[in-house]
Ligand binder design. Structure first.
Ligand SMILES: Cc1cc2nc3c(=O)[nH]c(=O)nc-3n(C[C@H](O)[C@H](O)[C@H](O)COP(=O)(O)OP(=O)(O)OC[C@H]3O[C@@H](n4cnc5c(N)ncnc54)[C@H](O)[C@@H]3O)c2cc1C
Length: 524
């Protein structure tokens, strides 16, 4: 054989090997006719498709993910093999930051405190707050199923023994523990339960970057995740995937969803943790999932401005409860400008319209003051010392000292307080406020801080139905894909009521597990 022939022979072998490698591993890179040939020659109808290693993969270990994992194990009597993937080094997400509470209807605590509440009141509050954008069936399930959540969590040793009234609610229904912050308590308690369940594998440093999707069957079969510890991508198959990976309230990346849908908010501060980058929505969108209400982003009226680092973009939330126990809002002129118990979007708008934007700030920071007294502190309970210890709420001996510190005209401020004290419960003041939890004495000790509206919650997300099944852009349910929590859209419409997000994680976290289990039973 001549040398030329040998070379051609070797090159042919190399080309064949390369082609075979690409066809096997990256068939989508080949022209369609080669893909068809490949199916004809290489696929054996007897050979099963890639065997799923897990029954369910859950993406994201916030409250929705932890609840979903727990429920899946519970209802299947430990028969399911579950993988819970978390991109960070630790579980938690935004859930762990929640500080006001979780809404529950007709709980034993409401009963004990003789609080009159009903399905209609709660449903209507949620629909009204959502400004006609919420999907009524999703709200109905949220409210109906909320009742069971009290026993569900308290049976696991979780304390929800205190109840309070938040803005936009017609009844006190927002439950919290006595001594610790609600989000931390729920997340850490659920994690402690989940970590001991042997069928649930919990894995951190694992960012899901792709859904494995069979377009022909409109079916999700697993995920690809980036293992940030070993620095490699891993492909893993499952019968179902549940997305519980939160919202996009901290998405300032180059492919930012905030920039795409609400560019006017890009320069606002945020209360969200850096994990909230909307990866769930982004990977779902790549396989044709329908997104809803993506331009509906909640700006919380009260995030603390930390005077030690005044212009930082990440802010600590001043929980709604501060206003719930009687806190009032004052502007630089010493005047009230809102019903402090109005909905979040209303109070935010009042701040933007009536308070000054800090001209020294590189971010869009509109500043107002929040004020409480010692009685408010006592009603709030030990958690309020978190803010006091960080000096986000600072102690002043009286209103005059506070006014002098911030150059607020004291005559105007004292006039405002005297007028406010004349209000009576049940009678509307000039801003429509009807409930006045606290009166103030100009000479008493007060605690005050600066607050500013900040990006807080993304109402939009992947479109789901009551069973947490996810729709594609053609309105078809995608088999094997479910979602729960902030990654989904449709529950809160144009504005989320405080306390409804943790409830959504609980109700739909459970539902996602039930739906996944039902599907798996059918497959087996
Ligand atoms: C400061 C603050 C206070 C709040 N207070 C309240 C309150 O009192 N009551 C209330 O009802 N709501 C409150 N909320 C809202 C509520 O906490 C959250 O909206 C809700 O808990 C979201 O839960 P989740 O499980 O859907 O997402 P998260 O808790 O955010 O969890 C999502 C998890 O998914 C992980 N993840 C994301 N992408 C990936 C990926 N690609 N691969 C793997 N993992 C991924 C994240 O790291 C994160 O751990 C508050 C929010 C904030 C920011």
């Amino acid at each position: 054989m001549k040398i030329g022939q040998i070379l051609i022979f070797i090159i042919s072998i190399l080309i064949a090997i390369t082609y075979y490698f690409i066809i096997k591993n990256y068939p989508e890179l080949m022209p369609t006719y080669i893909q068809n040939l490949q199916k004809y020659f290489f696929s054996n109808p007897e050979t099963p498709k890639q065997q799923p290693e897990y029954d369910i993969i859950i993406v994201g270990a916030g409250l929705a993910g932890l609840t979903s994992a727990y429920e899946a194990n519970l209802i299947s009597n430990g028969k399911l093999k579950i993988l819970l993937l978390e991109q960070e080094k630790k579980y938690g997400g935004n859930s762990i930051k929640a500080s006001s509470g979780i809404n529950i209807l007709n709980s034993p605590i409401q009963e004990k405190e003789n609080i009159k509440d009903s399905y209609n009141l709660f449903y209507n509050d949620t629909i009204r707050s959502g400004k006609g954008k919420s999907i009524p069936q999703l709200v109905s399930t949220l409210v109906n199923d909320s009742h069971d959540i009290f026993n569900y969590y308290t049976n696991l040793g979780i304390d929800l023994s205190h109840v309070g009234l938040l803005g936009g609610h017609s009844a006190a229904r927002t439950h919290r523990p006595e001594k610790v912050a609600v989000g931390y308590h729920l997340d850490s308690s659920m994690f402690n339960v989940v970590k001991d369940i042997k069928n649930i594998k919990y894995q951190v440093n694992s960012t899901v970057i792709e859904l494995i999707y069979d377009k022909d069957k409109n079916e999700v079969n697993g995920v690809v995740y980036y293992d940030s510890f070993n620095k490699k991508n891993v492909k893993i198959y499952s019968k179902c995937v549940i997305l519980t990976c939160g919202g996009f309230g901290h998405d300032f990346e180059s492919d930012s969803l905030l920039k795409e849908f609400v560019p006017h908010l890009m320069n606002f501060p945020t209360t969200n943790g850096p994990q909230s980058k909307g990866i769930g929505m982004k990977i779902a969108r790549k396989i044709g999932v329908q997104l809803v209400d993506m331009d509906q982003v909640q700006v919380h009226p009260t995030a603390f401005v930390n005077l030690k680092n005044r212009y930082e973009k990440n802010k600590i939330l001043a929980a709604e409860l501060i206003r719930g126990v009687g806190g009032i809002l004052i502007n630089q002129k010493g005047m009230r400008f809102s019903n402090e118990l109005g909905t979040r979007d209303y109070v935010t708008k009042r701040i933007l319209d009536n308070c000054e934007k800090n001209s020294n700030s590189p971010i869009d920071q509109y500043e107002a003051f929040i004020i409480i007294n010692q009685k408010c502190v006592d009603i709030y309970g030990p958690n309020v010392y978190y803010y006091i210890n960080l000096e986000l709420l600072k102690k002043y001996n009286n209103f005059k000292e506070f006014a002098n510190t911030f150059n607020i005209p004291y005559d105007k401020l004292s006039e405002t307080i005297i007028k406010y004290n004349k209000n009576e419960n049940g009678k509307e003041d000039e801003f429509g406020k009807k409930v006045f939890p606290m009166k103030f004495d100009l000479n008493e000790v007060i605690y005050a801080g600066i607050i500013t509206p900040s990006i807080h919650y993304t109402m939009g997300g992947i479109k789901m139905n009551n069973n947490t099944e996810i729709y594609n852009i053609n309105g078809q349910v995608i088999k094997g894909l479910f979602g729960a929590g902030e990654v989904t859209g449709g529950v809160h419409g144009g504005n989320r009521l405080g306390g409804n997000s943790l409830l959504e994680c609980a109700v739909y976290g459970r539902k996602s597990a039930q739906s996944a289990y039902n599907l798996i039973k059918k497959l087996n």
